[in-house]
Design a protein around this ligand. Structure first.
Ligand code: G4P
Length: 288
């Protein structure tokens, strides 16, 4: 699903999330491990405010394991609690409730000190479209999910999903918008499938990605497409287009007159990237 965001939409989305924040103890901020910054909402700190937050690097199965480790360190260096997960298979998701307990320790300890039995913590999942919010809700809910609606303070229609003894989730996630102003963010999000590639020129997206792959995943690129003489760097779109042309020829993406169909060649590259055929790839590096 691709959502067109306009200032009015953004204000409404922000207000909807802020309304839900009143009901919960902790925010689970879902981002894409392949593009951890590009898949983040630029106003997330302002939207969430002082509410405790656990950052989840989802789709970590598709991202470069070495880069996952770097990104985890990077987020921790800012004092964030963060986990790498794969909501599809559940890898890492069992650690979520433990991390939430760490984040809410003071609050839970206060309840115990008052002689109260700590109630399950309540969480809201937030993230941009396609980052895996529904997949994670389904994964955490599992088969034993008990829907526990009609609680005081719950907006009509919203329900809590039990995910175990210690954690309840609001069943509707908060949908955030990505940062649109930066064209590179758009290219990365289109490459991962977070935004529909028709919004951008698919061959331009492919050329952007090829420049990154040539620099960071040179051997993978050379081997996958049998490229010869791949330059150490692709300094501009024109040099990337030459590589895309080679890929198109190798893969038989031809238009009339023996010319390469760049759109088809771009489609091959982006499909290979998204399906993991190029291996585990991260498309941005932490800025240190
Ligand atoms: P959303 O609610 O945030 O919009 O996202 P949703 O759960 O619908 O997930 C979007 C796509 O991402 C789904 O693929 C889903 O299977 C996939 N996905 C979610 N989490 C993970 C993960 O940790 N690893 C991997 N590899 N994939 C994940 P889909 O239904 O096939 O949609 P699409 O890929 O065709 O867009």
């Amino acid at each position: 699903m691709t959502i067109q965001w306009f200032p009015g939409h953004m204000t409404r989305a922000k207000r909807q999330i802020q309304d839900k924040l009143k009901l919960i103890d902790v925010v689970l901020e879902l981002i894409d491990a392949r593009v951890p910054i590009s898949s983040r909402n630029p106003m997330i700190d302002e939207i969430v405010g002082p509410k405790p937050r656990l950052i989840l690097l989802n789709k970590s199965d598709l991202a470069d394991p070495a880069q996952n480790a770097r990104w985890l360190d990077w987020f921790r260096s800012f004092g964030h609690e963060v986990l790498a997960i794969d909501a599809n298979t559940g890898t890492g998701t069992k650690d979520i409730s433990g991390r939430v307990k760490v984040l809410l320790k003071e609050k839970i300890d206060r309840q115990i000190a008052k002689g109260m039995k700590p109630r399950p913590s309540r969480a809201l999942i937030v993230g941009i479209p396609n980052v895996g919010k529904s997949t994670l809700i389904n994964r955490l809910a599992g088969r034993t999910a008990a829907i526990t609606g009609d609680r005081p303070g719950v907006t009509k229609g919203q329900q809590w999903i039990r995910t175990g003894a210690d954690l309840e989730l609001l069943d509707t996630p908060g949908i955030l918008w990505p940062k649109f102003e930066d064209p590179e963010v758009g290219f990365r999000l289109a490459a991962t499938g977070a935004i529909k590639e028709e919004i951008l020129h698919v061959d331009e997206v492919a050329c952007f990605i090829l420049r990154w792959l040539a620099a960071e995943y040179r051997d993978t690129l050379t081997e996958r497409y049998g490229l010869s003489d791949l330059p150490a760097e692709l300094p501009d779109i024109a040099s990337a287009a030459e590589v895309l042309e080679q890929i198109g020829r190798k893969r038989g993406c031809l238009a009339g007159g023996g010319h390469v169909d760049y759109t088809k060649a771009a489609g091959v590259l982006l499909r290979d990237l998204r399906s993991g055929k190029l291996g585990r790839i991260t498309l941005e590096a932490p800025i240190i």
